[in-house]
Design a protein around this ligand. Structure first.
Ligand code: SF4
Length: 204
């Protein structure tokens, strides 16, 4: 078991170095730091957001801004720490002014996410937001018609040779700016994490 974990760590270290020096798309020109991802390499659940924002670009870590704080609160309310999951984004470098990532940028960065899924081999991948949901559901040929149409369900797809259940939900930033969306995020994460019986009013 220890040897397997060691192998994963080394593989992820190599991948993180590749990402940090990557110049495959124009986003490398404006980034301060690439944001490969972080968390447990034995995680049962991987969370995939859309792209790093300003704070993430400064720190080189995913979900460390306001939306990240909300995500931490929701995870903690469900009895899960950040260290138990693996967190990353569809694109690893911040788009200028937080614009949406372009298709060509998503396509250029996609192999890194596939490799991360291969290394961690999670059972569940939570797609946080529409860009992530569109990409991840695409592996299963699921037609994406909007996050509200697909959120909260599990879709079995194969990514990087690994069979995973993709559970799309709204992006934490959407729950931050519209508190009425928070229960949706909580319910979807509860399902993805396999937690039952938590009263969402305990931590909203
Ligand atoms: S976003 Fe991805 S593909 Fe583009 S430069 Fe960064 S790591 Fe490379």
């Amino acid at each position: 078991m220890a040897a397997i974990s060691m192998g994963k760590r080394e593989e992820m270290d190599v991948l993180e170095r590749l990402i940090s020096s990557c110049r495959k798309c124009p986003l490398h020109m404006s980034r301060r730091r690439a944001v490969p991802g972080e968390g447990s390499l034995e995680a049962r659940v991987m969370l995939v957001g859309e792209a790093p924002g300003e704070r993430e670009d400064e720190e080189g870590r995913p979900f460390v801004g306001q939306a990240g704080r909300l995500l931490n609160e929701v995870l903690s309310g469900l009895g899960v720490s950040r260290g138990e999951v693996y967190i990353t984004n569809v694109v690893k470098c911040r788009p200028p002014n937080n614009r949406d990532p372009e298709d060509a940028e998503v396509e250029a960065c996609r192999p890194y996410l596939e490799k991360q899924i291969q290394i961690v081999a999670p059972r569940v991948v939570v797609a946080l937001g529409r860009h992530s949901a569109r990409l991840l559901l695409g592996y299963g040929g699921v037609r994406f018609r909007g996050i509200m149409q697909v959120r909260g369900r599990a879709y079995r797809v194969r990514i990087g040779g690994v069979d995973v259940d993709v559970v799309p939900t709204i992006h934490p930033a959407a729950a931050l700016y519209n508190p009425r969306n928070r229960p949706l995020l909580v319910e979807d994460l509860r399902r993805a994490l396999g937690r039952r019986g938590t009263d969402i009013t305990d931590f909203l």
